[in-house]
Design a protein around this ligand. Structure first.
Ligand code: PBG
Length: 336
């Protein structure tokens, strides 16, 4: 009889180690092969800011490496994203004139609609062009909706403005509209207006679970927000998890084509919940403050910037996001 090999005995006398997960981590090639998630440019979306009264790009101090584009500098940024294989660009407009109802957001020649047309030309079908559909960049009070006499954000009156803005963005050629205002009924209202105008093929991305977050701080500089106060009567309370499922279910029922969770890193539990619920694509937005915090720590030499960018975006995918809006989209796609 052939001699039996001695069982491998672990560090504790007589204790047999049967499972050895480290076996699959032995070297880089093996780790790469068994990776469950992979970063790729096509599942990244680049947010871009376009400011009407600029003639050259202007750096955003709180978001090192990001700029407010002028209309002339936008096409290169879109072309660069497209060349890197980025899945889409999300455009935000900063108008020269603001008023109480955000009129500049609906004007055919408003900055955001002009940006959409310029981006479409530059993209030439290689990357998807999306427009933010919200009033906050266009109102002189900075809220995402119009106000009542007593200063409250008027949900139902706001929907009419979203409908007109949506049709003007569809007229400009926007392929995806990002409904970021957190008004009740906004998805159904905009879907109805688009369909009535013959735009049944325009995709609606619903910011389904959008929290009233301090992580948006640098974005306020990026869009020169006029907001005083906060958005807590319409954006979600960070204390709530279950409520995100209610918001998501409503947006799905109203016809959202894609649902999104925002911010990302602090809301991975919510993202996992939403991903379990949704039968449609789920995206997440790694927002301005998440970008700024990592850039600031990296500038101090406190963290490994490139590793942390990859780790955080990977973590957002792992939690359930099919695609991620991140200010690093183009750079990350170029590095992959
Ligand atoms: C509102 C909007 C905001 C962001 C995207 N859309 C600001 C807010 O809700 O206060 C924030 C994005 C970011 O911080 O990167 N239209």
């Amino acid at each position: 009889m052939a001699p039996q090999p001695a069982p491998h005995v672990g560090p504790t006398q007589g204790h047999l180690i049967v499972e050895r997960p480290r076996r699959l981590r032995r070297n880089a090639a093996l780790r790469r092969l068994v990776a469950e998630y992979r970063l790729s440019g096509e599942s990244l979306i680049q947010p871009l800011f376009v400011r009407e009264d600029l003639t050259e790009p202007r750096p955003i101090a709180s978001m090192p490496g990001q700029v407010q584009h002028c209309l002339a500098s936008l096409p290169d940024a879109v072309a660069r994203a497209a060349a890197a294989g980025v899945g889409g660009v999300m455009l935000f407009g900063i108008p020269a004139q603001r008023d109480a109802v955000g009129s500049a957001g609906q004007h055919p020649d408003g900055i955001l609609n002009r940006a959409v047309r310029a981006a479409l030309t530059a993209a030439a079908g290689r990357t998807v062009v999306m427009a933010d559909l919200c009033l906050d960049e266009f109102t002189d009070h900075g809220h995402c909706g119009v106000l009542t006499d007593t200063g409250h954000v008027d949900n139902d009156a706001t929907l009419h403005h979203y409908q007109r803005m949506a049709v003007s963005q569809a007229d400009a050629g926007a392929e995806v509209l990002g409904l970021s205002g957190m008004m009740d009924g906004q998805v159904a209202a905009v879907r109805g207006a688009l369909d009535a105008a013959g735009y049944d093929d325009v995709v609606l991305l619903a910011y389904a679970a959008k929290y009233a977050s301090a992580w948006y701080g640098p974005f306020r500089e990026a869009v020169q927000s006029a907001l005083e106060g906060d958005r807590r009567t319409y954006q979600q309370d960070p204390a709530n998890r279950r409520e995100a499922l209610r918001e998501t279910a409503l947006d799905l029922a109203e016809g959202a084509d894609v649902v999104m969770v925002k911010p990302a890193m602090g809301y991975l539990d919510v993202l996992a919940d939403v991903a379990a619920l949704s039968d449609r694509p789920v995206w997440a937005y790694q927002v301005s403050g998440e970008y700024a915090a990592i850039e600031a720590a990296a500038a101090n030499g406190w963290v490994d910037r490139d590793a942390l960018i990859r780790e955080t975006v990977l973590g957002i995918h792992r939690a359930g996001a099919d695609a991620v809006l991140t200010y690093w989209a183009t750079e990350l796609a170029e590095s992959l």
